[in-house]
Design a protein around this ligand. Structure first.
Ligand code: NAG
Ligand code: NAG
Ligand code: NAG
Ligand code: NAG
Ligand code: NAG
Ligand code: NAG
Ligand code: NAG
Ligand code: NAG
Ligand code: NAG
Length: 898
């Protein structure tokens, strides 16, 4: 009650201060943290403060009627970061006022009107029952309207323009960021940042062009749907489950003030304030040619030095602008015109007997369009004329991209942006603009590309996020916290061990922080029904399905093949493995170390391992999109093992059997960290049992240093198998069921040096086809062309880079993720480091055919080829065709090692 009378008098006090002591020295602004009704501000009235009338407590932010860029016609009610002069919010962005326009604050709310009284902006009507009592600018830059009990009635943080600051949350429901037209004109521009389920995506007129996960530093923690985004002193975060979990993050250096803005350029820029200026820390898209209208409609963007775009017109088009210095897009050189801006209102095709014919104007070879990375082909397996016909009958279609090698037909709708040169010079992709004779060009189409149009959801890609190394202090702290908590829990959970005690440390007289749940042997014996249902076996022993007392289904791995490690050492390693959490890694639920028993309890993956689905001779074929997701998920999981967690973990046994699938083909890597369970006395065992043949990197066999690049090699081999759907070393297939009219590996390689008798060594096929740039033919014939040719190429090229003989030439898993996501450009496989495949493959196949022991054949293969050619650099000998003899004739079936 008392307060209601306090406010008017306070108001009076402050009003006097404002009016009589104006201008105030900077330090005195701290008094103006609040204003009270009735209050009005104009730029002129507060001209001595640059229009600022309200300051946060210590002056970090100010609210002002201000004219950005010093122009004199557009004044906005803004919140400004004082030290940098950055505008973080503007109210009347689409209704600028003159310098004598007014901001008025009454008990009914806040409104902005021009000098003639015409309303330009106001907050939503506040409920009748409450009345505004004060307007506060908080220390985080939030302009808050308070009622008399200091409850918030409205906040500028809930109504973002193009920027969010630390402390502000951008929510999926309701909020999006829209760019401004320019730094001086804050009107809503065409670029938009919105949420997908797993990401935030930039869009332009219904077409997507960038997503956060494309940034190589973006790093996914969870598959929960994304609901909000925020920045703070340590990075940029996407949250799910009502803000309770982090779904993805980009860790950034500590900063006091950080903003994320969708800039008028179309780039999403995160910057922080340091040394008196704003420093950009993240910008996407990084390649300026990926910005949709960088060169205007149908402009052709190329990047010159320093990431500056150069704009020109594609052949067959001329610049719209008459003078060359104001490039704003292109139009056909002939008398036709594109259909941009034509209306689609008569619901059907633009063609009928009375309308002029539609034609297609080629953009020339090697063109690419920003949205293609975000869209699925509209149609598959069409010929070019059928693709054009499809576009002709769709009045929303403005142009097509057609991939000759796969028959994929993409349509461009809503609007035409700029084009760029394809990153791949030998791309089979051709673009066409749909045109009509100008005379008939519809004159309507005014508000195409309206900023309010809803984003085209079909263009949102599936969940796809990039990993990156995080060495951030936060992780260490978090891990420390978890350890400490687990330590306490583990302390409570210790149980006396089983009677068949064996080792001296049997009494569990040690506590290791971070241990996951410890199970009794009997408990697991019961859960698995006396180890009845075996679901797999691997290098370390057999795996059984079980159901715990809490009804959760688990996979129990009984370690048998290795010597028994001391319990303490075992537990130390378990503690490490148990604390590695990532969506693409199989979660360790617990363990049992009792007597001689060593068991690991994992989450159960209901679809089993990748090899079962991928190599299955019956059942549904693994579709391309799923394969690509699996490739990406596996890469993310490995990248996390290598760089994302506190202890670097080298998997050492990457192969399809260790990639497990769950619903939606989410891939998770299993068996990571197990190499650490082996004692030093078992290291010889280690080399021989490690790695199944075909996935072993050459350095395993030459006793060179094993590093994370060893996993990269194995991953590359797995990628090739994902592409072909067959084991890398397999019997040449002449099965008619694989013919299907589509060119198959079998047919294309009939004269290839990749065949050794009845064997095909696929990595070598891939290498040869790469040399000829014929990627699509490598794809699994069972897919019958349902592939995205650019993704096939991507996987093959990444795979070849991964299997470079020299470990240092292989990309890191983090780069692999970036390449698959498109955030970094594809590497070029280096022939001199791949020629070893030619010999490796032949010897390998030879050894297989002769039925040698699976553990040694690959070693033999490599060593023999080395002896024969006396060098690891085969480039000199390989140029001589005589060195590719094909003399090992045997169609004998080999028994797979698995
Ligand atoms: C504020 O202005 C409104 C009209 O806009 C008027 O009705 C009200 O009495 C004024 N209140 C004060 C405290 O001056
Ligand atoms: C303003 O106060 C906040 C805490 O309220 C502090 O974090 C910030 O550093 C201060 N800024 C200045 C310029 O003193
Ligand atoms: C509202 O906040 C102001 C400033 O923080 C304070 O002086 C006042 O007592 C608060 N009023 C109530 C009802 O809490
Ligand atoms: C930023 O937010 C993340 C996620 O909520 C949190 O873990 C981190 O501690 C925050 N950083 C700061 C400096 O507040
Ligand atoms: C989300 O959190 C807010 C405040 O933190 C709470 O009021 C709301 O009930 C929560 N919603 C759900 C669905 O948990
Ligand atoms: C256009 O199609 C929509 C539904 O597809 C229909 O509701 C609308 O009436 C049609 N308009 C015209 C002009 O035919
Ligand atoms: C054909 O198009 C013209 C205008 O383009 C329209 O007036 C006419 O009604 C259309 N005819 C049919 C059959 O759709
Ligand atoms: C393209 O395909 C259509 C049917 O899909 C066929 O009728 C047409 O002849 C084909 N055109 C060419 C040039 O092959
Ligand atoms: C498209 O592919 C076909 C065969 O697949 C070939 O005959 C034709 O020349 C190719 N066209 C172009 C433009 O590359």
């Amino acid at each position: 009650m008392a307060n209601s009378s306090v406010f008017p008098s306070l108001f009076f006090f402050f009003f006097l201060l404002l009016v009589s002591h104006n201008p105030l020295p900077a330090s005195a602004y701290s008094f103006t943290e609040f204003v009270f009704p009735n209050f009005t501000a104009t730029n002129v009235r507060f001209i001595d403060n640059g229009g600022a009338f309200l300051f946060s407590r210590n002056g970090s932010f100010k609210a002002a009627i201000s004219n950005p860029g010093g122009q004199q016609t557009r004044f906005y009610l803004c919140v400004i970061h004082s030290a940098s002069g950055t505008v973080i919010w503007s109210a009347n962005r689409d209704g600028p006022i003159s310098n004598s326009g007014t901001m008025a604050f009454t008990r009914d709310g806040i409104s902005v009107s021009d000098h003639d009284g015409s309303p330009k902006w106001s907050i939503p009507t506040i409920p009748k029952s409450s009345a505004a009592a004060a307007l506060q600018l908080t220390e985080s830059g939030n302009l808050v309207l308070l009622d008399k009990s200091n409850a918030s009635l409205w906040e500028s943080f809930d109504d973002p323009a193009d920027t969010i600051v630390a402390g502000q949350i951008l929510r999926k429901n309701g909020n999006a960021l829209f760019s401004s037209v320019s730094g001086e004109d804050f009107s809503t521009g065409d670029y938009r940042l919105a949420f997908s389920d797993s990401d935030v995506i930039l869009g332009w007129r219904g077409q997507s062009y960038w997503k956060l996960s494309m940034d190589p530093r973006a790093y996914t923690d969870s598959t929960s749907p994304v609901e909000s985004m925020a920045v703070n002193g340590t990075g940029l975060f996407l949250f799910g489950r009502n803000g309770s979990i982090v779904v993805a993050r980009v860790a950034l250096p500590p900063a006091d003030f950080r903003i994320a803005r969708l800039a008028s350029s179309g780039q999403f820029i995160v910057s922080s304030f340091s040394h008196g200026g704003m420093k950009e820390e993240l910008d996407g898209p990084n390649n300026v040619c990926q910005i949709p209208s960088i060169c205007g409609e149908i402009g052709w963007c190329s990047v010159s030095t320093g990431n500056n775009p150069t704009c020109q017109c594609p052949p067959g088009f001329r610049s719209k602008a008459s003078n060359s210095d104001s490039f704003n897009g292109c139009v056909p050189s002939d008398s036709s015109s594109s259909l941009v801006g034509s209306s689609c209102s008569n619901n059907g095709s633009q063609v009928n007997s009375s309308s002029p014919p539609i034609s297609y104007l080629s953009l020339g070879n090697g063109m690419d369009y920003f949205a293609l990375d975000f869209s699925q082909p509209t149609k598959y397996a069409l010929n070019l004329s059928a693709c054009q016909e499809f576009c002709t009958t769709d009045c929303a279609c403005l142009g097509i991209f057609y991939d000759n090698s796969s028959g994929s037909c993409y349509t461009i709708e809503n609007d035409l942006g700029s084009f760029m040169s394809s990153r791949d010079r030998d791309s089979d992709q051709v673009g066409y603009i749909k045109t009509v004779e100008s005379a008939d060009k519809s004159s309507s189409g005014g508000n195409r590309g309206s900023v309010n149009e809803t984003h085209n959801r079909k263009q949102f890609p599936l969940a796809a996020l990039v990993l990156l190394p995080c060495i951030a202090v936060a992780v260490v702290l978090a891990a420390g916290l978890v350890w400490w908590r687990r330590w306490k829990i583990a302390g409570e959970k210790v149980r006396l061990s089983h009677a068949n005690s064996f080792s001296s440390d049997e009494m569990d007289a040690f506590y290791i922080p971070g241990l996951p749940q410890r199970f009794d042997y009997e408990e697991l014996d019961e859960a698995t029904d006396r180890f009845k249902m075996q679901i797999g076996s691997g290098g370390f022993g057999s795996v059984y399905k079980g159901v715990l007392s809490d009804k959760s289904v688990v996979a129990v791995k009984k370690i048998t093949n290795v010597g028994i490690q001391g319990k303490r050492d075992f537990c130390t390693e378990i503690a490490i493995i148990g604390n590695v959490h990532h969506v693409n890694l199989v979660k360790l639920r617990g363990f049992c170390a009792q007597g001689r028993q060593r068991l690991l309890v994992y989450e159960y993956m209901n679809r089993g391992s990748l090899d079962r689905t991928l190599f299955a001779s019956s059942g549904p074929v693994l579709e391309w999109q799923e394969r690509f997701e699996i490739a990406l998920g596996t890469a993310r999981g490995l990248a996390y093992l290598h760089t994302g967690c506190e202890h670097k973990i080298i998997h050492c046994d990457v192969k399809p059997e260790n990639i497990l699938l769950q619903d939606q083909f989410q891939a998770k890597i299993s068996d990571f960290g197990l190499s650490k369970l082996l004692g030093p006395e078992q290291s010889s065992l280690f080399t021989t049992m490690r790695g199944t043949r075909g996935y072993l990197a050459p350095e395993w066999l030459t006793n060179s240093a094993i590093s994370e690049k060893t996993d990269v090699y194995s991953y590359g081999m797995v990628l090739l198998e994902l592409v072909s759907g067959r084991k890398n070393c397999s019997i040449k297939s002449a099965s008619p069921s694989q013919g299907g009219g589509h060119s198959t590996t079998t047919t294309t390689t009939s004269s290839s040096s990749a065949q050794f008798g009845g064997m095909v060594y696929f990595p070598l096929v891939a290498l040869e086809m790469h040399e000829q740039r014929r990627y699509v033919e490598l794809a699994d014939a069972r897919l019958e062309g349902r592939v995205r040719s650019e993704e096939v190429e991507k996987l093959v090229r990444v795979a070849l880079c991964c299997v470079h003989e020299e470990p240092c030439l292989r990309p890191s898993m983090v780069s692999v993720v970036g390449m698959l996501e498109g955030g970094i450009s594809l590497g070029e496989p280096r022939m001199e480091s791949l020629n070893f495949l030619r010999f490796y493959g032949r010897r390998f196949a030879e050894a297989s055919i002769l039925g040698e022991d699976g553990n040694n054949e690959q070693r033999e293969a490599l060593l023999n080829s080395r002896q024969e050619y006396g060098t690891s650099n085969y480039s000199s000998t390989i140029s001589d065709p005589q060195y590719i003899p094909l003399s090992f004739i045997s169609s004998q079936q080999i028994s797979g090692p698995r």
